[in-house]
Design a protein. Structure first.
Lengths: 113, 237
């Protein structure tokens, strides 16, 4: 893969994941406000999320979009703020991507299972 | 007659502002002020200009903090309480006083594949380009660049990432990407993609705000982003 192709596709992945995130964040915020203002207890929330295919699917998409979006942004920041390029930077952001995906999916699974 | 208090950058990177008092005149431009200083007060002052009418793009300086073409900037538009601060352009190596080294700026035009690549010879008929085609309209919107480097000097991304090709070079590339006669579209998209190219742009739009020709390099860069993504998805990049 040429550098031009790689950078272009990474940029596209970040834009596409941003579009997904825009929707996910709105749903996520509305859910939080609804749960807090409605005074739902932890047990009531778990009652709705446990075994709910819709919620786990939604949060899985949300987490994966974050895992794509954040590392690509950090990669750009690494160039602009630190002048950091090359393989060490790419492995580092890849590790961050994996950590975000694992931690996020684990949290989503915890309220599902 | 009132007087302008003018602070002018003297020396190299480690220079300092020097104060000159310049008589205020009607319809005076910032370039008039600099020329007055050089002719009457400080003959060793280095600065550049050529056409004085906004065509050549050589007289850009930082005036009261913003990059401007000085020949077409009236003092009464920019002076604050009778004061002017005139400095060299940012993001370019300083030679001396108000003169920057423009080599890197123009080398980046070449790196962005800013040269027209003809597909016909002198023995072929003239190409007919209809003015109303969408491609030609994109070219029209971006073609009037005079290469003054005001956009380059105003760009945050150039300051952060010195390899970044910058708004002017990318704007130039966009005019050629839309040129029906050009034969180097693939190489050009290759040249402008990536973290030194169009994908580094943050869309801060300083270039578009400051361009004295009222061009929109931001729109040209956005066009390059779309064109490179389309090419990459088709496997042509």
């Amino acid at each position: 893969v040429s550098a031009a192709r790689r950078e272009t596709l990474l940029w596209f992945a970040q834009r596409a994941s941003a579009a997904v995130l825009a929707l996910c964040i709105v749903v996520h915020l509305i859910t939080i406000v609804y749960a807090v203002r409605g005074g739902l207890s932890a047990a009531e929330i778990l009652g709705r999320t446990r075994g709910s295919g819709g919620w786990i699917a939604f949060y899985a998409v949300f987490v994966l979009a974050i895992s794509v979006h954040v590392p690509i942004g950090l990669r750009a920041i690494a160039i602009e703020w630190l002048g950091w390029r090359g393989a060490s930077r790419d492995w580092t952001v890849l590790a961050i991507a994996a950590a975000l995906a694992v931690a996020g999916l684990r949290a989503a699974w915890a309220v599902f299972a | 007659m009132s007087t302008l208090e003018v602070q002018v950058w003297r020396g190299g990177e480690r220079g300092a502002f020097h104060r000159y008092d310049v008589p205020r005149q009607e319809s005076q431009t910032v370039l008039d002020v600099v020329t007055y200083i050089q002719r009457r007060l400080e003959p060793s002052l280095a600065y550049r200009f050529a056409c004085r009418v906004g065509m050549c793009g050589s007289c850009a300086m930082t005036v009261n903090g913003s990059a401007r073409w000085t020949c077409r900037t009236h003092v009464n538009k920019v002076a604050q309480k009778g004061r002017l601060e005139i400095a060299p352009l940012r993001n370019l190596p300083l030679v001396r006083d108000l003169v920057c080294d423009m080599r890197e700026f123009f080398d980046k035009w070449a790196r962005a594949r800013g040269q027209f690549a003809p597909t016909k010879t002198r023995r072929d008929a003239f190409a007919v380009v209809q003015p109303a085609t969408p491609e030609r309209r994109e070219v029209d919107a971006a073609i009037e660049c005079i290469g003054c480097a005001v956009c380059y000097s105003s760009c945050d991304v150039v300051a952060w990432n010195p390899n970044y090709l910058g708004p002017a070079a990318l704007n130039r590339a966009w005019t050629l990407v839309n040129d029906a006669r050009d034969g180097a579209r693939g190489e050009r998209l290759q040249a402008v993609a990536g973290d030194a190219g169009c994908h580094a742009c943050h869309t801060h739009m300083s270039c578009t705000e400051r361009c004295p020709k009222q061009l929109a390099p931001t729109a040209s860069i956005a066009g390059l982003k779309r064109a490179t993504v389309a090419a990459a998805l088709k496997g042509k990049l």
